[in-house]
Design a protein around this ligand. Structure first.
Ligand code: AOS
Ligand code: ZN
Ligand code: ZN
Length: 383
């Protein structure tokens, strides 16, 4: 089997539990039929994505949206379904207490509450066998002078250090940055540089996660990826597409060329390993959710296949000869290759239907859950 096929067979893309629940914008949540009523049903839906793609073996949880009494039981349920628990996502943004921030709040009581929640998430990791904690802070300010920018960095560092010290030997946390929203003047972790600086200070168990929707328009995300990989600080991705801000649309839908360029840097930088988590962070507000996840996994696979197809030797030769058009041509040849037949072969070799979208549609799973599940839950956003 070719090296490219072997690499594609090894790719694992994590789906988020919140993608399966109802979601929407601040204007309207459109309820869909058959959505999960609890975390157990979210895992069942995620298992379908894995069953038809063979490439989505883990599921990210979100605490408290996926809070259960017995996490070991939830992990066993996942394993019975053929998937496992992936990253644990913390939530320090939905309580009234967090109006002025969580770990950076000027109020010590609120900071304590937020850090305690992060520590609770590490307990969930222990109970589920998850090795990754994902930290996203909505913290920031809306008005100049509202709070002291530098003190907020001190408070952030203090909380991160406490969480870092609580991590077990095989656990890590990924610090996520986001330019703006919900804060509109300052954000306490607005960019990769801020996240990187905090992670470097803490040590090897702290890494940066790149959410592809969290940058200013025009930002060269692949440069950030190349830089972080070179420093050993790229922990993973939250893949999604954006046209405007943090749109959370399906990965590879808005700009498949950008996704290819990112995946090329991952391959080039040796990040195509289990250490870099390929996660989806998406909401399917108007399209069916399970099928939307399947499509997204396929889009990431297509970008990856194209990245693996780049003739690196020819590229290096053109680059060192200063052959600008030649180098660009090698790069574009790979991008313009139709990799769908190759991926169909990879799926067939795995014993899967070469067309996951059609196979899922034929399976009758959606009709089954639509009939069985009444009163499905909102994903969490705005809940
Ligand atoms: C928020 O904008 C971030 O993208 C988070 O990664 C993510 O959506 C959240 O953790 C899910 O709660
Ligand atoms: Zn994210
Ligand atoms: Zn986001």
């Amino acid at each position: 089997m070719s090296d490219i096929k072997t690499a594609l067979l090894a790719q694992a893309i994590e789906t988020p539990s919140w993608a399966y629940g109802n979601s929407g914008t601040r204007f309207k949540v459109f309820a869909q039929r058959g959505v999960p009523r609890d975390p157990y049903e979210k895992l069942a839906d995620a298992a379908q994505v894995h069953a038809f793609t063979g490439a989505a073996p883990s599921v990210a949880l979100h605490i408290p949206w996926d809070r259960v009494d017995d996490y070991a039981d939830l992990a066993a349920h996942a394993s019975n379904l053929g998937v496992r628990i992936g990253a644990i996502n913390s939530n320090v943004f939905q309580d009234d207490d967090y109006m002025l921030g969580s770990v950076t709040s000027p109020d010590a009581r609120v900071r304590r509450k937020a850090t305690d929640h992060l520590l609770e998430c590490v307990d969930v990791m222990d109970a589920t066998g998850s090795d990754t904690l994902k930290l996203w802070f909505s913290d920031g300010t809306n008005y100049p002078g509202q709070d002291d920018i530098r003190s907020r960095q001190d408070r952030l560092a203090e909380s991160l250090a406490e969480v870092y010290d609580r991590l077990g030997e095989h656990q890590r946390f990924l610090l996520e940055y986001k330019l703006f929203e919900p804060a509109f003047y300052t954000t306490d972790v607005p960019d990769w540089g801020t996240a990187y600086a905090h992670c470097v200070k803490l040590g090897p168990k702290a890494q940066v996660v790149v959410d592809t929707g969290h940058h200013a328009p025009g930002t060269n995300i692949e440069f950030i990826v190349a830089f972080l990989l070179r420093e050993g600080k790229l922990g993973g991705f939250d893949f999604n597409s954006r046209f405007y801000a943090d749109d959370d649309l399906m990965a590879g839908a808005a700009d498949p060329f950008q996704l290819f360029r990112i995946m090329f840097e991952v391959v080039r930088g040796g990040g195509y390993t289990e250490d870099v988590a390929f996660m989806l962070d998406q909401c399917h507000n108007i399209e069916p959710k399970i099928a939307g996840q399947i499509r997204s996994v396929m889009n990431v696979q297509e970008a990856t296949a194209k990245a693996l197809l780049v003739d690196r030797a020819a590229l290096a030769a053109a680059q060192s000869a200063g052959d600008v058009l030649g180098a660009n041509g090698v790069f574009m040849d790979a991008y313009n290759t139709d990799v769908r037949p190759l991926l169909a072969e990879v799926r067939a070799e795995r014993g899967l239907d070469p067309d996951p979208m059609a196979a899922y549609a034929r399976s009758g799973y959606f009709e089954k859950i639509a009939a069985e599940r009444v009163g499905g839950a909102q994903a969490g956003w705005g809940a």
